[in-house]
Design a protein around this ligand. Structure first.
Ligand SMILES: [Zn+2]
Length: 253
């Protein structure tokens, strides 16, 4: 999955709103003296450009109040709340946007996906799932399924992980996850059909004793896990010095 710098998730809608506002002002020049205060937007963009999210909140709130029709500002504000660890406020803003009349279908779907991320950040999984399910037959179904894959793993709903993977289609890199889903479900036959010589099937449980380190996130643990409790990666734990076998390496595809 392509990782987008969160900075752009905040700033792009702002720049879009800024450009739209500027154009409106130009149109109005000569027939109206009504001034639109852009200083809040400018302050917010400046704060975000140096990574200061906290200082962006107040001017953005002010701009949102002054220009309630500019959805870009409201969406950026909601994203900012979520990234600041205030998903409840993000949910509030996003629900108020979704309740508006005459939203284009594509915009409603984008807002629904954003709302799902807000709910995930707030740990309200059942509502996130409702949003993601609603997006299944839309152009955003692939993105929704990727969130489902992560969410169902957290909930240890392995059959649902597999169903979401199936909706995404066959992709490189899914083999490890599919294998472990079957193994977690106790369906060793399906697991073996995918990967017969994986150490999870070929080594006795005792071979994994001792301290381990995740090669992805550096998480250290006193025992072995097939899925890293720190970053949720599979087959990423490798034995620390003193252990017998580098099993994680053996498990690499
Ligand atoms: Zn990890």
């Amino acid at each position: 999955m392509i990782q987008v710098d969160p900075f752009w998730l905040l700033v792009l809608p702002l720049l879009f709103a800024f450009g739209w506002l500027t154009a409106r002002i130009e149109i109005r020049q000569g027939r109206s003296r009504r001034a639109v205060n852009l200083s809040g937007l400018v302050k917010a963009i400046q704060a975000l450009s140096v990574g200061d999210r906290q200082r962006a909140v107040d001017p953005l709130l002010e701009a949102a109040r002054e220009s309630p029709d500019l959805l870009g500002i409201q969406r950026a504000l909601a994203n900012l709340f979520r990234q600041q660890g205030e998903p409840d406020r993000a949910i509030e803003v996003r629900l108020s946007l979704l309740a508006r009349d005459r939203l284009a279908t594509s915009l409603s779907q984008e807002l629904l996906l954003e709302l799902a991320q807000d709910y995930l950040a707030a740990g309200i999984m059942d509502r996130a799932e409702v949003c993601l399910t609603e997006l299944r037959s839309t152009p955003l179904s692939q993105q929704a399924s990727r969130y489902e894959v992560a969410m169902f793993q957290q909930q240890r709903r392995w059959a649902d992980v597999l169903a979401s993977l199936n909706r995404l289609g066959q992709e490189e890199g899914d083999k490890t996850l599919r294998f472990h889903c079957y193994a977690e479900m106790g369906d060793l036959e399906s697991a073996a059909a995918l990967w017969s010589d994986h150490p999870r099937l070929t080594h006795p449980r005792g071979a994994f004793a001792g301290r381990h380190l995740c090669i992805h996130c550096g998480f250290r643990t006193e025992q072995h896990y097939w899925q890293c409790p720190g970053c949720m990666a599979w087959d990423s734990l490798t034995p620390l010095e003193g252990n017998a076998r580098p099993l994680a390496e053996a498990a690499m595809p």
